[in-house]
Design a protein around this ligand. Structure first.
Ligand SMILES: [Zn+2]
Length: 439
């Protein structure tokens, strides 16, 4: 009974923000109370947090809003604590997921109905806006191209499509029952209008079509929502060009953190404001442009709220006025994982700035991989492998442009295919997929 009341209260709170009855200032004013509520909740329900926040009394009330004085929660904490972090017995959750386990042991990510509702409301609103902007209707057959096994992705979008009356088909190319060929064939046969997939899958599909003599721009697809790995503005433009479609972000989030932000028709990500306190933690050596580690406190009293969780992702927050779409939530840009940062010529480079530099130099690229090597005089050199149609562009000029961006000599290698691991970005890491460090 108590749970149902809480579910209703939260869904009313989230809806009133999304439909404009509550303003962003109102949500931020509520934050202090929400932080107090969630701290009480996790201390009472989660064996891990009971111990972890033992000295919470030291955190004075004035600090609730800033959370200063509270310990961080790290990925390592979650691996060690396992199910002890959870606040709800598994018989009372809505569904169970796990992290992929590619960066260490998998951790449990149960979701209660309150999690699914409060997170899903943002995804639903974003999808509605984007479909309205691209098609002017929800009647656009959609291929959900991601797993729905231990991962929330397919269920989240399946639920949203159902709620909005968007017809959908589950077509995950990596499923053993589907495969790239069948997925590509079904898109054409069924007249699929919208794809929801990782950037790597969007590129792999376009390469496949090209290999069988079909220009992706001649397919029925008119829109692609990408998610699951970093996606720079240059990559959004690249996919838009290759497919001749509207391409924007689906969402940014994870199994653990749920939907932290959702995409808009202008190609930006907007924070799910009611559900999180966002902190950007400054990092040594990353002194540029207010970029820091994204740290979130989940305010929804669900199955596994996390307090001051260090996501390991580089991010920057900016006001909603940075985007012209009319969404009043702040914009967030993601620059990749901290662990995927690479030092080139003595300079630290974010994953996103490497991707931007490569894609900026050519009109369109079907795939890329960067090899970092030591040159003769012990300086760094890059070999950029590209699957691209460079048309009239000169290789020398492209190399020069990249060289000035990276600050080290760059050699361009045009390829017809790349190492298969460039396909794995969403499942292992961007660095594993895109960078080969030979130093
Ligand atoms: Zn926007």
């Amino acid at each position: 009974m108590k749970t149902m009341k809480l579910d209703q209260e939260w869904s009313g709170y989230v809806d009133s923000y999304i439909n404009g009855e509550t303003q962003l200032e109102g949500v931020h004013r509520m934050a202090e109370m929400r932080v107090e509520e969630i701290l009480k909740y996790v201390e009472a329900q989660s064996p891990f947090y009971k111990e972890h926040l033992r000295n919470n009394k030291a955190c004075s009330k004035n600090n609730y809003r800033t959370l200063k004085g509270l310990p961080y929660t790290t990925k390592n904490d979650l691996r060690t604590a396992d199910t002890e972090v959870c606040c709800v017995p598994f018989d009372e959750i809505e569904s169970y997921y796990e992290t992929t386990g590619t960066t260490g042991k998998s951790t449990p990510c149960p979701r209660a109905s309150i999690d699914v509702q409060s997170s899903g409301a943002y995804v639903k609103n974003a999808v509605k806006e984007i479909y309205q902007s691209t098609f002017g209707t929800m009647n656009a057959l959609t291929a959900i191209m991601g797993p729905s096994e231990l991962y929330a992705f397919g269920d989240t979008y399946g639920g949203v499509c159902k709620d909005l009356g968007i017809p959908f088909v589950r077509l995950w190319p990596e499923s053993p029952r589907v495969g790239l060929e069948k997925a590509a064939e079904r898109i054409n046969k069924l007249g699929v209008k919208s794809l929801i997939c990782s950037p790597a899958v969007a590129l792999a599909l376009s390469r496949f079509y090209k290999s069988i003599g079909i220009d992706p721009r001649d397919t029925s697809v008119g829109q692609i929502l990408v998610l699951g790995e970093i996606c720079t503005p240059e990559m959004l433009t690249n996919i838009s060009r290759i497919w001749g479609v509207q391409c924007t972000h689906g969402l940014y989030g994870s199994q653990e953190a749920h939907t932290v932000a959702t995409g808009c028709p202008e190609g930006n990500l907007h924070v799910s404001e009611t559900n999180y306190i966002i902190e950007i933690l400054p990092l040594d050596g990353y002194a540029v442009d207010d970029v820091g580690e994204l740290c979130i406190t989940m305010l929804v009293p669900g199955a596994k709220p996390l307090i001051r969780f260090r996501t390991g992702d580089l991010a920057r927050l900016s006001p909603s006025s940075d985007c012209g779409c009319g969404n009043k939530s702040r914009c967030i840009r993601i620059f990749g994982r901290i662990n995927d940062t690479v030092t080139i010529g003595g300079r630290q480079m974010y994953p996103s700035s490497i991707e931007s530099a490569v894609l900026n130099a050519v009109d369109s690229a079907w795939g890329y991989q960067v090899n970092i090597k030591k040159g003769n005089s012990d300086t760094d050199e890059l070999e950029v492998e590209l699957v691209a149609d460079i048309g009239n562009q000169s290789v020398v000029l492209i190399e020069e442009q990249m060289t000035s961006h990276f600050g080290v000599p760059v050699k361009l290698l045009l390829q017809s295919r790349l190492d298969p691991r460039t396909e794995t970005g969403a499942y292992v890491s961007w660095k594993h997929a895109r960078i080969q460090d030979w130093r």
